[in-house]
Design a protein around this ligand. Structure first.
Ligand code: GLN
Length: 527
């Protein structure tokens, strides 16, 4: 029977609940326990697919084509064996929409449809299903205790704890223990209050994870235990770490995994965290560094490019260098030529994915600079489409070349291909999720993957326009990868450039700290 660990957060948001939950999962996995993770988001959107990255950070795409919360990216990066699917993330909006659909179908046989039990039943059914086939399922509830919107989720958790019993379910609560510098002390009161808030809705935490900037004294730990009714050994301290990949070790050192296994009656060997130790080692003990200029639209909010940042970090570990990311605002680059300076100083240039025309000219300036000056370039999704447009304009003299996403040009080198190619789009008009790709020999791409057939994840509407294949390749653009039947272009390179690779898919989604993505690895090597 699957055991459930529910994870809630208190005091403030942004405490790193997803990372902490994923770290707990990682130490359990390191003991050979089969763990999966699910994120419940309290907002009304059906999924984060339509939300701006400014609102919600990056949209993480799963192999089966679900557009999900960026925490699922952490889950995949921290877990070796669990693969996230559309069942691992759901929102209030999704729950309500299912219940309303059933109501319209008459499934409730004329009954009054209510939050309790109908909404909570729907939530519980999804939570249970998400744990199928695993020893432990970790269920992270988005938001902060006390939010109105997360109440139905909290109530579902309360009910499940009663139904499953103490040996099959536990509640882990993440709080903040702030440090007041004028008093020179850490304060436990917000934690006490946050647990009180939980108790008022019938939930008693079994484990508290206390986030703080500073270390927390033993006295304070005892005090938290006493006031919150949590065993002292289950009050786990989690001060800010130098890297998130240290957190599994920090939790393990306080025997959190023993406590969980004991509670659930799981006998498992000692945790082997040597992989995490070498990741941390690699990150903290490198002297050399390279700088990657990332030219994008959401540069004030690094969360918008979470998986890319992580993939660069992983590639750095593999190359024994620190990768510094210099975020450059694509829109400002269009009007302020001084911003070309950091591009010139960077060791490599990356243009990430994006939607909408804003900033595209600036991105093309950066791409042109990389192409003409032999700077290593990695283009991702929109970064690939713009590389094609830039090439068409400046090498093939198709000065009005553009994407039909942005203009009605006579030369739409990037266009909707649905009339020409029949790819089954998993997300309506969007090409979403994993697709196979055939890699052309003697390309940098092939040198990286060392494979003819690869699988990568997509999230886009527009494609390389096949009508321009001949003209662009004759001028030196290289088609380095296509769908296996050749119908859609997935990767382009530039002939005689040391390292210029641009992909229609998102390689960053598959990078792991212990197993960097081959394209990011070689991109950083080239840098
Ligand atoms: N806007 C482009 C498209 O829809 C690229 C999308 C992306 O970069 N993820 O095709």
């Amino acid at each position: 029977m699957t055991k459930f660990i529910f994870v809630t957060g208190g005091v403030v948001s942004s405490l790193g609940k997803g990372i902490t939950a994923a770290s707990v999962a990682a130490i359990l996995e390191a003991r050979g326990v089969k763990v999966t993770m699910t994120k419940l988001d309290p907002y009304i959107n059906i999924d984060p697919g339509t939300m701006s990255p400014f609102q919600h950070g990056e949209v993480f795409v799963t192999e089966d084509g679900a557009e999900t919360d960026l925490d699922l990216g952490y889950y995949e990066r921290f877990l070796r064996h669990a693969k996230m699917t559309k069942n691992n993330n759901f929102t209030s909006g999704r729950i309500y929409s299912n219940v309303i659909e059933k109501e319209r179908r008459g499934d409730y046989l004329g009954g009054t449809v209510q939050v309790i039990p109908h909404i909570t039943d729907e939530i519980k059914a999804r939570i249970r299903a998400s744990g199928d086939g695993y020893d432990i399922a970790m269920i992270e509830i988005g938001g902060t205790v006390g939010d109105i919107e997360s109440l139905p989720f909290m109530e579902a958790v309360r009910q499940m704890q009663v139904e499953l019993g103490r040996s099959n379910a536990m509640l882990m609560h993440l709080t903040l223990v702030p440090y007041i510098s004028s008093a020179g002390e850490t304060k436990t009161k917000p934690t006490q209050h946050s647990v009180k808030e939980l108790r008022s809705i019938g939930l008693q935490p079994d484990v508290l994870i206390c986030r703080s900037e500073h270390t927390i004294s033993e006295d304070n730990r005892q005090k938290i235990a006493l006031f919150t009714n949590v065993e002292a050994r289950a009050v786990i301290l989690c001060p800010d770490a130098q890297t998130i990949y240290q957190i599994p070790s920090i939790l393990h050192a306080q025997h959190l995994d023993d406590l969980i296994c004991e509670r659930f009656g799981i006998s498992a060997p000692e945790a082997d965290l040597s992989d995490w130790d070498s990741v941390t080692d690699g990150l903290l003990n490198t002297e050399d560094s390279v700088t990657v200029a990332m030219v994008g639209k959401y540069v004030e909010l690094p969360d918008a490019y979470k998986s890319i940042n992580e993939a660069l970090l992983h590639a750095g570990i593999n190359n024994a260098v620190k990768v510094k990311i210099d975020y450059i605002d694509a829109e400002k680059l269009e009007t302020d030529s001084r911003l070309m300076e950091p591009l010139k100083h960077a060791d490599a240039i990356l243009v990430p994915g994006g939607f909408g025309e804003r900033g595209t000219q600036g991105k093309m300036l950066a791409i042109r600079y990389a192409r003409e000056n032999n700077k290593p370039y990695l283009g991702i999704c929109l970064g690939m489409q713009l590389a094609v447009i830039e090439f068409a304009r400046n090498v093939c003299n198709l000065t009005d070349a553009h994407s039909s996403e942005f203009s009605d040009t006579l030369n739409p080198v990037i266009d909707l291909m649905s009339d020409q190619v029949d790819v089954e789009a998993k997300g309506g008009t969007m090409r979403l999720g994993q697709y196979p790709c055939k890699v052309s020999p003697t390309t940098n791409t092939h040198a990286a993957y060392k494979a003819e057939l690869i699988h990568e994840r997509h999230r886009h509407r527009f494609e390389f326009n096949n009508k321009y294949r001949e003209q662009l390749t004759a001028a030196g653009l290289v088609i380095a990868g296509t769908l296996p039947d050749g119908s859609l272009v997935e990767i382009v390179e530039v002939k005689d450039h040391p390292w210029f690779v641009a992909t229609q898919f998102h390689p960053e989604l598959k990078s792991r700290p212990t197993n960097p993505h081959p394209l990011f690895r070689d991109f950083v090597t080239a840098a």
